[in-house]
Design a protein around this ligand. Structure first.
Ligand SMILES: [Zn+2]
Length: 504
């Protein structure tokens, strides 16, 4: 991809509006460090797999980077433009089918019977009812948290000029390959690398709940939107304002993607509403929600989806109070009526440049080990089995501890980050959760150290530590040798660990 149009970009450090793409002699290199330079502050950013990456990772991104590395490991290549187009067509046909059950049963394409088809339909009806009366032809659209771009295909097909941005170098690299008709950037929702009022439409599909800060992302999305344009979000779960992380941990306890490292969250209704309300005089807001207590809302209008409750909800005080104590799925449309003075977000110097992270991703095991070298001290030596769940443990494969707190259950693979001091070995008791033998590997700092057969009977494993001169914490990974799904389902993919000690 030739990076021709940088006219609407800005520097995420100094907010300067002049960026220069420097000629790179060695054009075969996948990562071109420092290839884009701000003409005001001379900070440099990378071009990774032909995609300019504007911005870098800081300490608050650590948990999210587990996902970046894990999804590179899962080799999620995204779907082709043709498949995305076909899926969109199928969803449209399903939406229009007079007898939905009959349509599903008799359709020749297997995709319509996949378990995820109804989730995709939920996202579809939200964006369908938002966009139904919009003419997108020639519109300049920014898709934030674009992933590999599948949701941008219908926008491109409607004649829009689409710009995609995501914070994972793997996703944007694959996206640029799958969807070359869109313009691709690596970067962050909380510090968008675009000048004020650059887009007619800003969208985020099933993306807000992956962002590290919904309020910061919304402010940036509003900033880059031109007056007269609109921003829309779809497909996000939300929870009551008075709930805490324990509700999220309960929802995700047996969630295979999250246990495998996909960094999802459930934001509070107030994260959305309280941020938008600040700009109330400049915007019109409409929510599209699917909640169980829909009867408590006033003035709603359904969108004709038989399978879901989705309805438009006017932002009346009474409705806002109901939504503050509800949970469900939410989409929103925000029309920007006038210019809003929103200072552009900026970043300090990078702790971890995106090009460095991308260079690790060729070896996933080592990438995790290197990433853990970047962990904040609070994440090292967490008590095991512990009495509380944490995001770090959840994304690293550990389910919440349960009373009497003597063991912890891992899903497929699970990790510890420990200082080993003068210890010579690590020992623990382990068993499979479902009766039957399975082979288990133990890796230390990304290198396989031992392989054993474990069963439903508890057995003691002792793993000798390789010598290390470094005082750095070490990353332990317990992993079923065969990572494919077990015939016994979720529990068949789990193992239980007790009595972990570092020993001489
Ligand atoms: Zn600058």
């Amino acid at each position: 991809m030739a990076i021709t149009d940088v006219s609407d970009l800005r520097c995420v450090h100094c907010n300067g509006a002049t960026l220069a793409v420097t000629p790179i002699a060695d054009s075969d290199r996948m990562i071109k460090h420092g290839a884009i330079i701000c003409q005001s502050c001379f900070s440099a950013t990378d071009i990774i797999y032909d995609v300019p990456f504007l911005g870098g990772y800081d300490g608050q991104d650590f948990i999210g980077l587990i996902e970046v590395v894990a999804t590179a490991e899962m080799n999620i290549g995204g779907i082709s433009t043709e498949t995305a187009r076909l899926l969109h067509q199928l969803l449209k046909e399903y939406h229009e089918a007079p007898d939905k059950a009959h349509w599903i049963e008799n359709h020749p394409n297997e995709m319509v019977r996949a378990s995820w088809f109804s989730y995709r339909y939920h996202d579809f009806i939200q964006s369908h009812s938002i966009l139904i009366n919009e003419n997108l032809s020639g519109k300049k659209i920014l898709n934030v948290g674009a992933g590999t771009g599948a949701d941008s295909v219908p926008l491109l097909d409607a004649g829009a000029q689409v710009t995609c941005i995501d914070y994972s170098p793997t996703l944007v690299g694959n996206g640029a390959k799958n969807l070359p008709n869109a313009r691709w950037f690596g970067g962050f929702a909380h510090v968008l690398p675009f000048q004020d009022e650059s887009f007619d439409v800003v969208s985020a599909n099933a993306a807000l709940h992956h962002f590290r800060s919904v309020p910061e992302a919304l402010r940036e999305m509003l900033r880059v939107l031109r007056p007269g344009g609109f921003l829309f979000t779809t497909g996000d779960p939300f929870r009551p304002d008075l709930s805490d992380d324990n509700l999220e941990f309960a929802v995700f306890n047996r969630h295979e993607a999250v246990l495998s490292g996909v960094n999802e969250g459930i934001f509070k209704f107030g994260d959305l509403w309280d941020t938008l309300r600040e700009f109330q005089q400049y915007i019109d807001i409409a929510f599209l929600v699917d909640v169980a207590n829909v009867g408590e809302l006033e003035g709603t209008s359904g969108i004709g989806a038989e399978v879901f409750n989705d309805c438009w909800v006017p932002c009346w005080d009474q409705n806002i109070e109901v939504l503050r104590r509800s949970s469900g799925s939410i989409g929103c449309v925000v029309k920007k009526k006038a210019h809003i003075d929103i200072p552009a977000a900026t970043q300090g110097p990078f702790v971890l440049p995106a090009g460095i992270l991308a260079s690790w991703l060729t070896n996933q095991d080592e990438a995790f080990s290197r990433l853990m070298g970047w962990a904040v001290p609070e994440l090292i030596d967490l008590p095991f089995p512990g009495t509380q769940q944490s995001w770090f443990e959840l994304l690293n494969g550990w389910m919440a501890p349960e009373e009497p707190f003597t063991s912890r259950t891992g899903f497929k693979r699970a990790r510890w980050l420990l200082r080993t001091g003068s210890a010579k070995a690590i020992e623990f008791d382990i068993r499979t959760v479902v009766i039957g033998e399975r082979e288990m590997d133990v890796l230390i700092d990304g290198k396989p150290i031992s392989r054993s057969l474990i069963s439903g009977e508890t057995s003691r494993l002792r793993v000798e530590l390789p010598e290390s001169q470094s005082q750095n914490p070490r990353l332990f990974e317990l992993r079923f040798t065969d990572q494919s799904d077990h015939p016994n389902g979720f529990d068949g993919n789990c193992f239980e660990v007790f009595n972990r000690v570092l020993s001489d």
